[in-house]
Every structure is written in C-alpha cells, then in structure tokens.
Write a protein that binds this ligand. Structure first.
Ligand SMILES: Nc1nc2c(ncn2[C@@H]2O[C@H](COP(=O)(O)OP(=O)(O)OP(=O)(O)O)[C@@H](O)[C@H]2O)c(=O)[nH]1
Ligand SMILES: [Mg+2]
Length: 388
C-alpha cells in the first residue's frame, strides 16, 4: 500500500525531493556538531502531525517534557496533536524516575531494550522520529546500534512507516558515519559556513535513492516561533530617485527602518522579510545622485537585486541601469520592478522591455508598492532565481 508522501516541511527541500519522502522511506538529517540541526527533525515531525499521521518521537538524553517545550517554542501547536503523538522515553529510566509515556525503554544502554519498543512503535504509528540517533550510538555502542538501525529502517519500510532521524556527526569512526548514511534512503547534510567561528548554517541533500536531486546549498536560520527558514543574507533594492524603493522595502518587510529626510532616503532602507519559509534581509539605497559615492558600499555582498523604476518616468530608465553598475550588482539575479502601475500613464511591462534593451533578458514584474500589489510575486520570482 502506498499512502503517498510525508513532506519534510523544510523550505525548498520538498521541491528538491519531488514532493517529499515516499512513505516507508527513511530520512537522515546528518548534522555537523555546533550547528542547530535538531530543529529539522522536529519540523518534519510537525508536518506529519499536521497531516493527521500518528507520530512517535524517541528521546534518550533529554526529558520528554523538553520535546514538548521545544515544539511549543517553535510555535507548533502541540496540544492539537496530543492524541496522535507519543514518546519513546529512554530518558526516565536512565536517570531513575518513573515515566508517564506510552513507550518506555527499560535500559537506555541496551539496544535490545530499544528494539522491543521500536518494534511496537513501528506497528502502531506512521512516522518514527529519532530526536538524536547519535545519543543511542553513544549509549549502546556503535556496532550494535548500526546493525539495529539497518533492521529498523528495513522493518519500517515493510510497514510503510517513515523514519526520520537527527544524527550529530561527532568524530566517529568512518564505519559509523558511512554506515549510518547508507542505512537511510535520503541524507540531508546540515553544516556550518565556518571560518574559525560558524558564520552561517546551511543544508543540502547529499543522497536520495529514488530521485535525481540538485545538490544546491541553502542557508538557513532558526526562528522561534517558526522553525527552519531558508535565509538570504542580503537583497539589494536600488533604482532612480523617487521610484518607490523605500515604499517597496516597507511593503515587503515585517520590520523595517528607513533613514529618510523630507521624503527622500538619505542613508538606506533596511527591512527583514519572512515569506513562504524564506527569511531575508533587504537593503534599499537612496536614489539621488549626490549619494552615488556610497552606493558601492551599500551593494556589497548582495546576492540578488530589485531594480525599481517608476513606470511613468521613462527618462529615468537610463539612470536605473547606471545604478546597477554603481552598486556593482550587474550579473546578480535581478528583477526589474515596474512600479507605480496604478498611475494612468504608466508604461506596460512590454513597453518597458523595449526601452531597456541593454537588460534584454531581465525579468520584469509590475507592482504598486504603495498598496503592496505585486510585491510578493516579485519576491517569489527573485527567491527562485537566487536559489537556482
Ligand atoms: N501612485 C504610486 N505612488 C507610489 C508608489 N510607490 C511609491 N509611491 C510614492 O512615490 C513617492 C516616492 O516613494 P519612495 O518609496 O520614497 O521612493 P524612493 O525610491 O525610496 O525615493 P528616494 O529614496 O528618494 O530615491 C512617495 O510619495 C510614494 O508614496 C506606487 O506604486 N504608486
Ligand atoms: Mg527611498
């Protein structure tokens, strides 16, 4: 019987996997130490619960209450799923207290003790989540644990049950790190962009045995509430004077500041965006020529650009192109924002395309920044370009 897919709930990951994880397959989040990877398993678990599935979470080194608190801190409505959610509790017996959970592991340091409980959990649930598989390796021994994982993923497959596991890649021998990757159908690596300290965090699929995958790297941040958000460090908004840049930044952002004086930007606009599982910092430049000397600095490190024009002001289009050069952002993913489409002499997208011939394959999105019309569409188009 095939009951379809379990979506991971991680931004863009399901698209990359062709819809999610087919039921019965197993997914490993393979986490570099020091990176906030455990939220990934929890977010996928939340997806299963939201979908109406019966889900069990296995915890060995942290109390069951912490699992629930963690879900709540991410904004996942735990109470709504109480009837379909249970915990395999290996922790309580480990520290010598009574457990209130449905499934209890008597001896957290014996793999056979897990085996009995997990067999039962597989019979009775749709999704099994290992909060930290590496903890079980540490408690029960590497060889024994690896053998049992192979058995559990096999049993789960026969029962159409999906296994999700977080695994922190401590310095284990390679038979463990390679063995655990081999035991799962799909492996997503979660690691840091590091230079002595971790500057950023990313995830990337390194294996999926049922589909072709694009090996792209996605930066992420964890928000509480909210969970894993793909993260774009810097989107630039530039364009001629009075085009509507500050208005555009404000209408996209959930938080923003503009350094404006008498209605014109004199330093920069800054906003923070969250949309469709993606978060981004967005920076708007001033448009007046007297600020040209600071444009290069404002454009540094941008990964994508909105070039905003006032669609009624054809004379400004040349200046718009010049601003791409001044901010040194030619060549980055770029969307031309044909703003002020509400005004009656606004040029259409087609007309603008003809007039900005040098940007021949630029994508143009019509907007009315002052009402927000079209701005989210523009954002989605740019995000797609950046993530390609
Ligand atoms: N009708 C109309 N007016 C708009 C729209 N977007 C912005 N405006 C108006 O255009 C004027 C300029 O908007 P800003 O957002 O300050 O433009 P800017 O590009 O940041 O300007 P500078 O920073 O001075 O270069 C303001 O009066 C806005 O209210 C729009 O889509 N339609
Ligand atoms: Mg402005």
């Amino acid at each position: 019987m095939n009951r379809g897919f379990l979506e991971t709930g991680i931004p863009k990951l399901d698209d990359m996997l062709g819809g999610g994880i087919p039921m019965g397959k197993s997914l490993l989040y393979y986490i570099q130490p020091g990176v906030e990877g455990d939220v990934f398993g929890m977010q996928t678990m939340h997806r299963g619960l939201k979908k109406g599935m019966k889900v069990v979470h296995i915890t060995a080194t942290s109390p069951p209450e912490n699992v629930k608190e963690d879900m709540l801190s991410l904004g996942f409505n735990f109470d709504a799923y109480k009837d379909r959610f249970s915990i395999v509790d290996a922790y309580s017996m480990l520290v010598g207290i009574d457990s209130k959970e449905r499934y209890v592991v008597d001896d957290a340091e014996s793999i056979e003790s897990y085996d009995r409980v997990i067999d039962m959990a597989i019979e009775e649930n749709d999704v099994i989540v290992f909060g930290s598989l590496s903890d079980i390796f540490d408690l029960c021994g590497e060889e024994e644990t690896l053998e049992h994982i192979k058995k559990w993923t096999g049993d789960a497959f026969l029962h159409d049950v999906t296994i999700i596991a977080n695994f922190t890649a401590w310095p284990y021998p390679s038979f463990v790190t390679e063995g655990v990757k081999n035991a799962f159908n799909v492996v997503v690596i979660i690691a840091g962009v590091a230079e002595r300290v971790i500057l950023g965090q990313y995830y990337s699929i390194i294996k999926a045995d049922w589909t072709e995958i694009e090996k792209k790297m996605l930066l992420f941040k964890i928000s509480r509430p909210g969970g894993v958000k793909a993260y774009i460090p810097k989107v630039l908004v530039t364009g001629p004077y009075n085009a509507g840049k500050s208005t555009f930044v404000r209408s996209l952002s959930i938080r923003s500041v503009s350094v404006d004086r008498l209605g014109t930007t004199i330093a920069l606009d800054h906003g923070y965006i969250e949309h469709g599982g993606v978060s981004a910092h967005i920076f708007g430049t001033p448009g007046q020529q007297r600020f040209d000397p600071i444009l290069e600095m404002l454009g540094g490190e941008a990964v994508g650009v909105f070039l905003v024009v006032d669609s009624t002001n054809q004379k400004s289009f040349l200046r718009a192109e010049k601003m791409l050069d001044l901010t040194k952002s030619r060549g980055l993913p770029c969307i031309l924002i044909a703003n002020k489409q509400d005004l009656k002499d606004a040029l259409s997208v087609e007309e603008i395309k003809e007039k900005i011939a040098s940007l021949n394959d630029i994508r143009i999105v019509p907007t009315v920044a002052s009402t927000g019309k079209g701005v989210l569409n523009a954002l989605e188009v740019l995000i797609d370009d950046i993530m390609k």
